[in-house]
Write a protein that binds this ligand. Sequence first.
Ligand SMILES: Cc1ncc(COP(=O)(O)O)c(C=O)c1O
Length: 399
Amino acid sequence: MTAMTSTSRPFLNRRLAEFGTTIFAEMSALAVRTGAINLGQGFPDTDGPEEVREAAVRALRDGRGNQYPPGPGVPELRGAVAAHQLRRYGLSYDPDTEVLVTAGATEAIAAALLALVEPGDEVVALEPYYDSYAACIAMAGGTRVPVTLRPHVEGEASFRLDLDELRDAVTDRTRLLLINTPHNPTGTVLTRAELAAIAELAVERDLLVVTDEVYEHLVFDAAEHVPLATFPGMRERTVTIGSAGKTFSFTGWKVGWITSTPTLVAAVRSAKQFLTYVSSGPFQYAVAEALALPDEYFSAFRDDLLAKRDLLSAGLAAAGFTVFRPAGTYFVTTDIRPLGESDGFAFCRALPERAGVVAIPNAVFYDHREAGAPFVRFTFCKQTGVLEEAVRRLKAAAG
Ligand SMILES: Cc1ncc(COP(=O)(O)O)c(C=O)c1O
């Protein structure tokens, strides 16, 4: 017998066939080639607090975390995550059995879905969704069932969840709800009433819930972040995901975590141990210190981004876009139709040459591409001067 090779079969596993190259790679390359201001990918252009950086240096020098840290994460960080959930939300987790440190939220999402989803299971997720959700559901062999957040333009424009659509999306095959609040890319923050309805549905249909709350500290105006795990019946069925990347502006460190019950944490850890096993040793110690920063750090961080949100939102409105001013996250979604455009892909591909700015077409975050076609996302986690220049360019291009 000879080994069989097939010329007709593509190298890439067919489960992943639809996930070629991310739009972020294409748009960031375009930014470099054209010298455009990159408001596409969500990474800050200023590093986080000096004392947190110094904490990482100290850990490196002291030889803390330079070798494999413990599988669940270093005790200092697990303790700090548990203390943070208690101090902020009154949620009590045992650092030894109910906290797991991951390689960013990205690995937390992957490990949770690989652990909890089997082929044939349906995963209900809010569309548009962060791109790794669809890929991870596919890797787990699950079927994604999108529930589309719909644009509402009366009053303050926003994208809203239709709770009836959510209820209708749940079937006997639904294994879990994958929730994201504050929501990337729309900036929607689910209200207490919406979260209560999601919780009731999860309890009634006995569903697991994975909730991505990486923007928990970026909530503006009257909006409030309420973890799903705080609702009745939810702590025991919810895996909550957090990340230091967004809250402390160290996206390259890739330190994330989950909090959940001992059995759910053990399940997610079973998958996680064969992905990275462990990661980011010295940075884990630094993030433990970061999580214990006083409230003033968190409020100053939020106020800074609030001012930037207002700057960019006003600038985009002045340049002719319809602006969905976000209640959370550091992204603002716009509608390009008032500019006489309707195809976000074509618009974003032309924008660097036309205006010297890079943005992301929201359609990449949709299964129902047509529902996302006219929407384009800009990030405002950049220095004020950079945002001012981007606004100047967009206004000039608008004429
Ligand atoms: C909603 C959401 N989840 C997860 C992540 C990934 O987080 P991390 O960098 O910690 O892996 C991001 C990053 O943009 C995100 O926007």
